[in-house]
Design a binder for this molecule. Structure first.
Ligand code: HQG
Length: 180
């Protein structure tokens, strides 16, 4: 029960720290941060009461470490659809990264590569297991290896979020390995 509530809090935080802060009257700063007191007050005013202890637990026990707390402020580590600049420095990726998707998107991905869709960047995982979990949200996962080393040599920029997700603006089809 406790764990279920922590997941509910995490989903509520994701929704308002990544996608719809305005829904509860919040404004994120340009780097995505908001004062924790303001967030808790806004949530309570909109019918979702979260104590500071519950928030701390949702941050600390989060399976993907989706949030960072910095003193009195909190932000989502990645996955935003609202316009924020996380201020992450470019980083050198490992030779291969992995993207988890499903078969129904493959024709489009073969034609145009990976696009960020509604998010800021394409999300890539450092290992196949994580990519499999990402793809499984939508059905039977298909994992596409990405030749990140070649992309990096060719001048594509990579960043890594505080929770270890690799981010890049787009992946052209020639850097992807397709099944079959
Ligand atoms: C697909 C979750 C057609 C792409 C996860 C994906 C991740 C295309 C979907 C994080 C395409 C976008 C991100 C193209 C990409 N044509 N479809 N050209 N290019 N796609 O949710 O990577 O739990 O925005 O394959 O675990 O699935 O929220 O991206 O299926 O880490 O923290 O378009 O979100 O993390 O979907 O997931 P998403 P994603 P959280």
């Amino acid at each position: 029960m406790k764990e279920q509530h922590t997941v509910k809090v995490s989903k509520y935080l994701s929704k308002h720290l990544r996608h719809e802060p305005g829904r509860i009257g919040l404004t994120l700063d340009e780097a995505g941060w908001v004062e924790i007191d303001e967030l808790l007050a806004a949530a309570a005013a909109h019918g979702f009461r979260i104590s500071r202890a519950q928030l701390d637990r949702a941050v600390a026990e989060n399976d993907k470490q989706r949030f960072s707390v910095d003193g009195t402020r909190i932000r989502a580590n990645q996955g935003h659809t609202v316009d924020v600049d996380l201020g992450l420095a470019p980083a050198e990726p490992p030779a291969y990264l992995y993207h988890g998707t499903v078969a129904r998107f493959l024709d489009a991905i073969r034609a145009e590569g990976l696009r960020p869709m509604t998010r800021h960047d394409v999300h890539l995982s450092a290992d196949r297991e994580t990519a499999t979990r990402v793809g499984s949200r939508r059905g039977r996962a298909v994992v596409l290896p990405v030749d990140a080393g070649a992309m990096h040599r060719d001048g594509h920029t990579f960043r890594v979020s505080a929770n270890g997700v690799w981010l890049t603006p787009a992946v052209p089809p020639r850097y992807l390995r397709f099944p079959g």
